[in-house]
Design a protein around this ligand. Structure first.
Ligand SMILES: *Cc1c(COP(=O)(O)O)cnc(C)c1O
Length: 384
């Protein structure tokens, strides 16, 4: 059977396994060693070479899901982001970066690139003109993230890929929010897909990991930098991530379904000013999201009306946990102004449309009626 013919649930369950030749166990055995023979072997294996049996197997699963030739697994999403960017950027090069990206990626670029003599410009918006106007003669990379955090803005992947090809740039996307189930950017010609596997790929709020998927040629470039930077993932966590990814497709579909219903419920709620969810017809990029996504994710944001006290609202929730991070099977919620976007300062937050009453909800896979009851009682308690 060729991978290309397999359904997504079969890929999640079966592609990229370590065959247990000794005992014929049904799942991948875990090779918990950092020391492999060097004589009479085809490859020199070492955890930081990203090529132990468990790592190699899991890379195949990621690559199959992203429809690329190869993949790499990292110790965190930021190890994946930093290594991938540094693989394509040298001293004197320039990168065009979408204006709203994950805070950690923003800090990495702003704090580290000047040390390496790498130039960067952030776009003013999401249109073709916003991106193309920032391209310079030394631009090598275009970096995007869609849907964006926390306002769920959508970047046109076909437009980005065309622009990158016209101007001979490598296009990189942080595909974390969508997951490969909801969005396969390689279908639109994007070169390199990056994930914080801490989120949907892991999905149980228990591990920190990252992943990259791309062509053999691009992965080789990334690997050359990866082995120097050393951001590999420990074997046990590789094994846990493989286990988690077996249920990725069914989990993500459950997240999608719950979030869409909850977004609709919030949209109708008079105590909510605005709901940001690409699966709602009221979202300004609904059509684009529909074109390039298979589902709209479990992530949404909503702005409380002035008559709701957001602290009381968060404290009143019983099932939905106010906490950092996202994309676990359990629903979590946070106020970006006090957490992920606190360092931006009030002025910049205002520019980006992140108000004090904005809440980002990561919808889990619990029963929808229970999540809605929880939200309902929290609204009742916090409506002043
Ligand atoms: C969490 C996150 C990252 C960083 O991943 P870590 O695993 O925390 O290093 C990068 N991009 C996005 C969109 C994220 O949500």
């Amino acid at each position: 059977m060729k991978n290309i013919e397999l359904g997504v649930n079969t890929i999640c369950t079966h592609i990229g396994e370590v065959e247990d030749k000794q005992f014929k166990g049904a799942i991948s055995p875990l090779f918990m060693t950092n020391s492999y023979a060097y004589e009479n072997v085809e490859v020199l294996r070492y955890p930081r070479y990203f090529n132990t049996p468990n790592q190699e197997a899991l890379c195949k699963k990621i690559a199959a899901l992203e429809k690329t030739e190869a993949g790499l697994i990292f110790g965190s999403g930021m190890a994946a982001v930093s290594t991938a960017l540094l693989a394509f950027l040298n001293n004197g090069d320039h990168v065009v970066v979408q204006n709203t990206i994950y805070g950690g990626a923003y800090n990495f670029i702003v704090e580290e690139f000047p040390k390496y003599g790498i130039e960067f410009d952030f776009t003013d918006g999401f249109s073709k003109e916003d991106f193309s106007s920032k391209i310079k003669t030394n631009t090598k990379v275009i970096y995007v993230e869609t849907p964006s955090n926390p306002l769920m803005k959508i970047t046109d992947l076909e437009m980005i890929s065309r622009l990158a090809k016209e101007r001979n740039l490598v296009s990189l996307i942080d595909n974390t929010f969508a997951s490969p189930i909801n969005q396969t950017p390689s279908d639109f010609g994007i070169d390199v897909m990056i994930h914080s596997a801490t989120k949907y790929l892991g999905g149980h709020s228990d591990i920190c990991a990252g992943a990259v998927a791309a062509s053999n040629e691009h992965i080789e470039k990334i690997w050359n930098v990866a082995k120097n930077l050393g951001g590999s993932l420990s074997e046990y966590t590789v094994w846990l991530l493989e286990r988690s990814m077996k249920t990725l497709a069914i989990r993500v579909k459950a997240h999608n379904k719950n979030a869409k219903k909850i977004a609709k419920w919030l949209h109708k709620n008079p105590l909510v000013n605005h709901v940001y969810y690409p699966g709602l017809k009221s979202h300004p990029n609904y059509k684009l999201a529909k074109k390039q996504m298979n589902g709209f994710t479990g992530m949404l944001s909503f702005e409380l009306n002035e008559s709701v006290n957001s602290d009381t609202f968060l404290k009143s929730l019983e099932l939905i946990k106010p906490s950092m991070s996202l994309a676990g099977v359990e629903s979590t919620i946070l106020a970006p102004s006090k957490t992920s976007h606190a360092l931006l300062g009030e002025e910049e937050r205002k520019n980006q449309g992140i108000s004090e009453g904005l809440l980002r909800l990561s919808v889990g896979i619990e029963d929808r009626k229970d999540l809605i009851s929880d939200l309902k009682q929290a609204f009742e308690k916090s409506n002043i």
